[in-house]
Design a protein around this ligand. Structure first.
Ligand code: ASP
Length: 297
C-alpha cells in the first residue's frame, strides 16, 4: 500500500521552545495520520492536525496564541484533492478542533469560507460540542509579557515570527488522492477579526488530484499576497522538492526573508519542505523507507 504524509509545527526564527516535546508530538501526529490514511487522505490530514490541536504545544487548538484583546480566534482549512472541495473557517471560537469545524463546513455547506459565531450551527452537525476556549496559564503569561513590549496599535507585530507554531499536514493515499489541512491561532497580538492564510483555500493549503497537495506557514498576509499554496501546487509537476524550493524562492523575492515555510507532496509519494526562516519543524512518513522520520532527533 503506497502512502505519504508530512506534517509541520510552524516555521520561525529565534529559539525553539520545547523543541523535544514538539518533535515528539509531530512524530505522533504522523503516526495518527498514517493510521487514518486507510480511510483516505482527507481523514489522514484531519487526524494529524487534530492530534496537534489537542496536544496544546503548538499555536493551534489548546495552545493557540491570543489577539490583542487576549482572545482566541482560530483559523483552519481542509481540502480534498479528489473533487476540488475544500473549506476554511475564520475567527472560529466554537471548538478547539478548528480543522473539524472546517471539515463540517466542507461537508454540510457549499461555502468555502465561513467565519464567526454561527459556525456553532455547522459544527453541531458533526457532533462537535460547543466549547469555551480558555487560554492556558502559559499562554496568558506570554500575553502579559508581550503586552508590555508591544504597543497595541503597532502593526509591526506582524514581523514577529519569533512566536509561531501553526500546524499543517499534506497526504497522498493509495488511490493517489491528495489532501491538505491546516490550523492556527494566527499571529500573536493580531487585530481582533484579522483573518490569515490558514482560513483561505489556495493560501494556507491546496490539493488537486492532477498535481498533489501543499500547505504554508508563516506571515499570513505575505502568504495570501503570494497565493503561496496554490502557486506551489502548480509547480509540483517538477517534483515536490523543486516545487517547494521554487515557491519559497518566489515569496522571498517578492516579500522578503523570514516570511514562510511550506510542505508538499507530489503524485509520486515524494514529500518535501522548504523555508526562508531559521527553521521549520516537520515530520513525515517516508514511502520508500516505510517509516516515520523526525529529522534532528
Ligand atoms: N500563517 C499563520 C497566520 O498568519 C501563522 C503561522 O503560520 O504561524 O495566521
Amino acid at each position: 500500500v503506497r502512502k505519504a504524509l508530512i506534517v509541520h509545527g510552524g516555521a520561525g526564527s529565534g529559539k525553539i521552545e520545547k523543541r523535544e516535546i514538539k518533535e515528539r508530538e509531530l512524530g505522533k501526529a504522523v503516526e495518527y495520520g498514517i493510521e487514518a490514511i486507510r480511510s483516505g487522505s482527507v481523514e489522514a490530514v484531519q487526524a494529524a492536525v487534530s492530534y496537534m490541536e489537542d496536544s496544546g504545544v503548538f499555536n493551534a487548538g489548546y495552545g493557540s496564541c491570543l489577539n490583542m484583546l487576549g482572545e482566541i480566534e482560530l483559523d483552519a482549512a481542509i481540502m480534498d484533492g479528489s473533487n476540488m472541495r475544500g473549506a476554511g473557517v475564520a475567527n472560529c471560537t466554537v471548538n478547539h478542533n478548528a480543522v473539524k469545524v472546517a471539515r463540517a463546513v466542507m461537508m454540510y455547506t457549499n461555502h468555502v469560507l465561513v467565519s464567526g459565531k454561527y459556525l456553532e450551527l455547522i459544527a453541531e452537525r458533526s457532533g462537535l460540542k460547543k466549547e469555551k476556549l480558555t487560554p492556558s496559564n502559559e499562554v496568558l503569561e506570554k500575553f502579559k509579557q508581550m503586552k508590555e513590549k508591544i504597543d497595541d496599535r503597532n502593526s509591526k507585530v506582524y514581523s514577529l515570527l519569533k512566536e509561531f507554531g501553526t500546524v499543517g499536514a499534506v497526504a497522498l493515499d493509495d488511490m493517489k488522492i491528495p489532501a491538505a489541512a491546516v490550523s492556527t491561532g494566527g499571529l500573536w497580538m493580531k487585530f481582533p477579526g484579522r483573518i490569515g492564510d490558514s482560513a483561505i483555500i489556495g493560501c494556507g493549503i491546496y490539493a488537486d488530484k492532477s498535481k498533489g497537495a501543499s500547505c504554508a506557514t508563516g506571515i499570513g498576509e505575505e502568504i495570501i499576497r503570494n497565493a503561496l499554496s496554490y502557486s506551489l501546487c502548480n509547480l509540483l509537476k517538477f517534483g515536490s522538492e523543486k516545487a517547494a524550493k521554487s515557491a519559497i524562492k518566489m515569496i522571498t523575492e517578492r516579500s522578503g526573508k523570514n516570511t514562510a515555510g511550506v510542505i508538499a507532496v507530489d503524485l509520486e509519494y515524494r514529500v518535501s519542505y522548504a523555508y526562508n526562516t531559521d527553521f521549520i519543524l516537520v515530520a513525515w512518513y517516508d514511502d520508500k523507507r516505510k517509516k516515520v522520520i523526525v529529522p534532528n532527533k
